[in-house]
Design a protein around this ligand. Structure first.
Ligand SMILES: Cc1cc2nc3c(=O)[nH]c(=O)nc-3n(C[C@H](O)[C@H](O)[C@H](O)COP(=O)(O)OP(=O)(O)OC[C@H]3O[C@@H](n4cnc5c(N)ncnc54)[C@H](O)[C@@H]3O)c2cc1C
Length: 240
């Protein structure tokens, strides 16, 4: 069965793979351009990819490129857009009206006791009450937005009232080298829970399109902590 090109993330978001160029073979042929030899069979090619990752010889991975269409809350995109080594085009709230689409988490987290930037799931917080307060605030904001538009305010000004939980969409193009860098930072448990879920979707696309590189990365490059990636790494190490 052909792998799906869209993965749903959070309550209303998604990651869709729009285009992909390259692959494991492109890494191998770029690395062997000096000798003019292409593939030398799976075993040798996989070894070469592992060698490249281990020794930080990373330019051969730049010839494979992913283009994604992403729908995520604005606060997630604010973190995403910090990754400068990639290209973005976002929906313009000056050009089009903002949609009534907001992120409502299923479970609320409490502030982490040790890490000031982090949080953890806990029974101590009332999910239903927190969700209600959030939805009421979203409703008030969107009603104010509509009213401002009706009063004749420009879209670029009416949007001042929109909260960071509002969904936005963008196109994102990134090469395999920088996508691995992104995954290393944003799949890790130190990143915010919501962007971790998006990064897991990106990692699944990566593993489907560049399976040899992905395996080599898990074995030699992944040093973070994430249940999905850790389990895949353990399986690879066990099978070796
Ligand atoms: C858990 C976590 C917490 C964070 N917390 C904060 C925070 O509190 N505040 C905040 O502002 N940011 C925060 N960030 C964002 C972080 O500082 C980086 O901006 C973000 O992770 C992008 O990383 P990057 O610069 O390596 O990636 P990219 O921008 O994609 O760059 C890739 C690589 O290119 C090179 N590079 C790119 N631009 C330059 C440059 N101008 N000079 C030199 N080398 C360059 C570097 O080697 C870099 O690693 C956080 C990130 C994470 C993962």
């Amino acid at each position: 069965m052909k792998p799906s090109t869209t993965v749903k993330v959070l309550d209303k978001g998604f990651v869709r793979l729009v285009e992909f160029m390259g692959g494991d073979e492109a890494v191998v042929s770029a690395a062997r351009v000096c000798t003019g030899t292409g593939s030398k069979g799976e075993e040798k090619d996989r070894k070469l990819i592992e060698y490249l990752l281990t020794h930080q010889h990373l330019t051969p991975f730049e010839h494979s490129v992913f283009k994604f269409h992403v729908s995520c809350p604005i606060f997630v995109m604010r973190q995403w857009i910090r990754h400068r080594s990639s290209s973005f085009n976002e929906i313009s709230a000056r050009y089009a009206e903002v949609r009534d689409e907001f992120y409502v988490p299923e479970r609320w987290r409490v502030q982490d006791a040790r890490n000031k930037q982090s949080s953890s799931h806990s029974q101590a917080v009332d999910d239903r009450k927190c969700g209600q307060i959030l939805e009421e605030a979203y409703h008030r904001s969107f009603t104010a937005y509509r009213k401002l538009i009706e009063l004749g305010a420009a879209r670029e000004m009416a949007r001042f009232v929109m909260p960071v939980g509002c969904y936005t969409q963008f196109y994102w193009t990134i090469n395999a080298r920088n996508l691995l860098h992104f995954i290393g930072l944003r799949a890790d448990s130190h990143a915010q829970w919501e962007i971790q879920r998006y990064t897991e979707a990106l990692a699944r696309f990566f593993s489907q399109r560049m399976p040899w590189t992905w395996d080599a990365y898990l074995k030699k490059g992944w040093t973070g902590s994430n249940p999905e990636l850790d389990a895949a790494k353990s399986e690879l190490v066990r099978a070796a």
